[in-house]
Design a protein around this ligand. Structure first.
Ligand SMILES: [Cu+2]
Length: 157
């Protein structure tokens, strides 16, 4: 999902040709989101999870501060930890994305938790999710839903 990145790069080039400094720091161009997906939820489930990869190609740190979707009343960032064999989830207020770093949300690790799911997430559908970064601002995504229990959209599970 590099559409926004390409758009901003294209805009930066136009500005470059015009010989003017951009009015705003083009921080948005540095954050790219790849391979977003979510797991299908069972009927009546109140929570769901989405996964994706965030790449910071810039030279400054950015921070994922919030997310929202019409599919759930709240979206949180969680990290799963193994506490003596018991899997626990801890909410993170925000996620720092260091420059040059790829941060992966995946099953068993960090995930985007949909809390208060309003509509069942069904395999094959997509739904909108907005990520908000401190510097890059809002990034709109369409999240494809994979089978319940899938480990990733690329693995054909
Ligand atoms: Cu969680």
């Amino acid at each position: 999902m590099t559409y926004r990145l390409l758009l901003v790069l294209a805009l930066s080039m136009c500005v470059g040709i015009a010989g003017q400094a951009p009015a705003q720091t083009p921080a948005a161009s540095t954050i790219a989101i790849e391979q977003p997906w979510a797991r299908a939820t069972p009927a009546g489930a109140k929570t769901g999870a989405a996964y994706l990869t965030i790449i910071n190609r810039g030279s400054a740190a950015d921070r994922l501060v919030s997310a929202s979707t019409p599919m759930a009343s709240k979206v949180q960032f969680h990290v799963e930890t193994n506490d003596n064999g018991i899997m626990r989830m801890r909410a993170l207020p925000s996620v720092e994305i260091h420059p040059g770093v790829t941060v992966t949300f995946k099953p068993g690790g960090m995930h985007i938790m949909l809390v208060g799911v309003k509509q069942q997430l069904k395999e094959g559908q997509t739904f909108p999710l907005v990520l908000e970064f401190e510097k890059a601002g809002e990034i709109d995504l369409q999240i494809p839903v994979a089978k319940a229990g899938a480990m990733g959209v690329m693995k054909g599970m």
